[in-house]
Write a protein that binds this ligand. Structure first.
Ligand code: ADP
Length: 252
């Protein structure tokens, strides 16, 4: 109990620190982007300048993605829980999910025609799906299959009615000594500039907020399955979580 409390205080402090830095850094990025637009309008046709401006634009876009991830991690963004139909939501982001994949990676959806409604923040939900599918892609450098499934399940542990959403890949798998760390913020095995280690911590935060659970099963050389369980809307578990405070640190 003591350890859990210390751990949660540590995470709160880390959240406040990163949130503060990300917030200020975001403001700086907006100034850079603003001036860049002015520069673009008045720079003429010099191809060297055009390349330089493009490189700055690319870097500021990456910076914006990173600061957004940091803000989500630090929970400085407002969340708006609403009733969501999981199958419909997954179908509606199919194009976004597909667009992040290379030619050698096939995306398959296996969605029950009708799933129970859940209570979740739609944009956080979409981000979580994108994060999971991007990880699946990165685990399949030689190509492969990523399957997203959604169905209703009745569970004993955790007990209750849930909608189960799985993202399954045929990738490299996760080593046993690494699997316990993958949800830790800033843990990444990807090269600098590619991984931030914030994808799965966003997934974990989102699922926790919605009163659900997330589990991972993986086998080296075979692939990985990450499964999210979200409680059916209206059940006690979903209600309790919905009434929890949504922003835990700062107001940005
Ligand atoms: P990032 O993608 O920036 O590294 P994440 O938090 O999303 O951050 O993931 C943390 C780490 O978990 C990854 O660097 C990778 O080592 C591992 N991981 C996550 N998903 C998968 C997957 N589907 N297959 C293999 N490894 C994975």
């Amino acid at each position: 109990m003591q350890r859990q409390l210390a751990e949660s205080q540590k995470m709160d402090a880390l959240g406040q620190l990163t949130g503060g830095i990300a917030h200020d850094f975001n403001n700086i990025l907006m100034i850079v982007s603003g001036h860049l637009q002015t520069l673009k309008r008045s720079m003429g046709a010099d191809p060297r300048l055009a390349r330089a401006v493009q490189a700055i634009e690319h870097a500021t876009d990456r910076g914006a993605t990173l600061t957004n991830q940091l803000l989500t991690f630090s929970r400085r963004q407002q969340v708006n829980p609403e009733r969501v139909d999981v199958s419909t939501l997954v179908r509606s982001v199919r194009e976004v999910l597909d667009s992040g994949l290379g030619r050698d990676i096939k995306l398959e959806l296996d969605l029950a025609p009708q799933t129970w409604p859940v209570v979740a923040d739609v944009s956080e939900f979409e981000t979580a799906l994108v994060n999971l599918v991007i990880n699946a892609r990165d685990a399949m450098p030689m190509g492969g299959l990523v399957r997203v499934t959604a169905k209703n399940i009745q569970c004993n542990e955790p007990s209750g009615e849930f909608v189960s959403i799985s993202v399954v890949d045929t990738g490299v798998g996760i080593a046993k000594d690494v699997v316990g760390k993958i949800f830790d913020p800033f843990f990444t095995t990807k090269p600098v500039g590619k991984g931030t280690g914030l994808g799965l911590s966003q997934v974990h935060g989102f699922v926790h907020q919605a009163g659900g659970t997330v589990t991972v099963e993986s086998e080296i050389g075979k692939g990985t399955q990450i499964t999210i369980l979200l409680p059916r809307a209206g059940t006690e578990r979903a209600q309790t979580e919905m009434h929890m405070p949504q922003i835990t640190s700062g107001s940005g």
